[in-house]
Write a protein that binds this ligand. Sequence first.
Ligand code: NDP
Length: 290
Amino acid sequence: MTARIIDGKALAQQVRARIADDVAHLRAEHDVTPGLCAVLVGEDPASKVYVGMKHKATEAAGMLSRQIVLPDDTSQEDLERTVTDLNADEEIDGILVQLPLPDHLDARRVQELITPAKDVDALNPYTAGRLAIGDPTFLSCTPYGVLEILEHAGVEVAGSNVVIVGRSNLVGRPLSVMLTLKGRDATVTLAHSRTRDLGAVCRGADVIVAAAGQIGLITADMVSPGTTVIDVGTNRGEDGKLVGDVDFDGVVEVAEAITPVPGGVGPMTVTMLLQNTLEAARARRGLPRR
Ligand code: NDP
């Protein structure tokens, strides 16, 4: 049997249309336009592309999009001042510092400076800590996108065995916490490069989330029939094309459902950034969710 392909692009369009509608109401009813500011340091081509995509998506949702581009040799002090100014900027609800930063800059310190009320990328340790104690504020965008995909695809995670491959602070670790919160109730195994017999671990899964950054890591023999496979991996193949961590052609023959790369998790990551910015704009003004 061939797996159902989960169309992340179509889901992203659907969710973005709903966000744009919410933004229009916020403006009409409360005269509030949510604002997102991205801070980019240096000339990293991939970072420029990501910031450009986020800018377009933010404007398309009817939000204010601002970009601050700082030179490669920006000092830690200047970058921190930029963030501090944005913390106090009334027009801005969400602050995003695009990673990676040039080597001489301390990303952790910068993330810690972003005020939690505007931490829409959810990388401030305070935000991570709130999630860890089961009282989350913002959810980091990629894991949040994975949750939305699972829900949209009708995958029941409560009581299920979910294997997440990759334990980074950006994807795997926060996703493991989100899935085990009361109300979601998954049983999660967080696998990593020291996991013994990854194949056996994956074969026991109802859901596999691959977030290791290794081309072709998850192969058909590691997947049991009935499993949903979510591929977070975004890697460049030898031909320069985007490929995930899952051997798509093999796994699609075994799994129940699968996300493609591109067109799976990627479009949902930017979408959840918009959702967080909308939530930040409401929360800062004490407005309830719609
Ligand atoms: P990191 O490099 O920070 O983390 C990778 C994780 O995978 C580590 O925990 C590592 O284990 C684990 N790992 C590496 N190799 C193996 C292996 N052979 N077996 C089991 N586990 C392994 O990566 P990120 O979390 O930042 O990103 C992961 C992937 O997701 C990348 O391809 C990235 O491009 C993509 N990504 C996609 C996004 C999207 O929007 N679609 C957003 C963010 C990331 P250990 O801890 O032991 O080293």
